[in-house]
Design a protein around this ligand. Structure first.
Ligand code: FES
Length: 186
């Protein structure tokens, strides 16, 4: 999946980048295009997901990860809970030599249910959510597998440098926030 970075606002505190829900939706719509081809067929151009950039932050190391054992971390703010996990299967935006190390937010995109402790190693999935059973596929950018949720789980964008793993942004909007900015709850 292609990742398109949009420009961010600086807030009064001068630190935090912000993408409002409206900007997110408008920008998201702008990158979905339909094209007609001779013969009357219509096809959809590739969908580009949008990434909100945050400060590059070290969150772990490749050598310390154990297969199928998630490690919790906070990013981009202390109150935002995520997991870093080596799936054992190639994943969208996965890093490491096998492309299987990913990170995701742990709040359900349906109504914010806690997904802490629900990782299923056998299926590389997070869930089911304890509230309404939504389950997310971590090999496919957090896509919904089943349940009431309709939006993919926000994926923490990763980079590596040697053995170090860094978080550099968030793909998607974290539940409960009208923008990817601390203190701005919907
Ligand atoms: S809050 Fe998770 S499925 Fe409803």
């Amino acid at each position: 999946m292609d990742i398109k970075t949009i420009s961010m606002h600086e807030h009064e505190d001068g630190e935090r980048a912000c993408m409002s829900r409206r900007q997110f939706l408008l920008a998201g719509g702008a990158v979905v295009t339909l094209a007609a081809v001779p013969g009357g067929l219509t096809f959809a151009a590739p969908l580009q997901a949008l990434k909100a950039d945050y400060p590059r932050t070290k969150i772990g190391s490749l050598s310390a990860l154990k297969l199928g054992k998630p490690v919790a971390f906070a990013y981009p703010y202390p109150s935002v809970r995520n997991i870093l996990v080596k799936l054992g299967a190639p994943a969208g935006a996965g890093v490491g030599k096998d492309g299987d190390v990913v990170a995701f937010n742990q709040q359900c995109t349906h109504m914010g249910g806690p997904l802490d402790g629900t990782y299923k190693e056998k299926h590389q999935a997070l869930g089911p959510c304890p509230l309404h059973l939504t389950t997310f596929d971590l090999t496919r950018h957090g896509m919904v597998i089943s349940g009431h949720g309709t939006e993919s789980l926000p994926q923490i964008v990763l980079e590596t440098q040697g053995d170090d793993i860094y978080a550099v942004g968030v793909l998607g909007l974290i539940w409960g926030y009208s923008a990817n900015t601390a203190g701005r709850r919907a």
